[in-house]
Ligand binder design. Structure first.
Ligand code: ATP
Length: 138
């Protein structure tokens, strides 16, 4: 069993219950959950890998624009499977190529894409610690 970090981003928080239902029905266990409103500084830390990119300031503004919900979810191959379920980064393109994915359904535009999923095992470790600093790393 593998763990990954999922984020319900500000544009989708009003659909959180529905999304958590889908998470559970997709075979994940929800191990931890936290609703937080990130400061711009915290959002910059979270997305430090994108520092310097053209979209960085608006990404930080988006991610600190309202509460988000961070979830530690677990199942076999959680990282890959959750990324598959949320679909391509760009909501508009996702609607054309993967209409059933969660970003196609819950996303807003090419930046506000409703959901996040860690992209690798090291990212998952880092992001889980970011939101749940007391969690035990296995
Ligand atoms: P996430 O890390 O949120 O799961 P991702 O791994 O699919 O998304 P990244 O390339 O890591 O995509 O980008 C992080 C976030 O930055 C995206 O989810 C999106 O909100 C925003 N973003 C990425 N690329 C662009 C872009 N070209 N224009 C605007 N926003 C973007």
């Amino acid at each position: 069993v593998e763990r990954t970090l999922a984020i319900i981003k500000p544009d989708a928080v009003h659909k959180a219950e529905e999304i958590e239902d889908i998470i559970l029905r997709s075979g994940f266990a929800i191990l931890q959950k936290r609703r937080v409103h990130l400061t711009p500084e915290q959002a910059s830390d979270l997305y430090a890998e994108h520092y310097g990119k053209l979209f960085f300031p608006s990404l930080v503004a988006y991610m600190s624009s309202g509460p988000i919900i961070a979830l530690v979810i677990a199942r076999l191959q959680a990282i890959t499977y959750w990324r598959e379920l949320i679909g391509p980064t760009n909501t508009i393109k996702a609607r054309q190529t993967h209409p059933d994915c969660l970003r196609a359904i819950y996303g807003t535009d090419d930046q506000r894409n409703a959901l996040h999923g860690s992209d690798s095992f090291p990212s998952a470790q880092r992001e889980i610690r970011f939101f749940f600093p007391d969690s035990v790393v296995e």
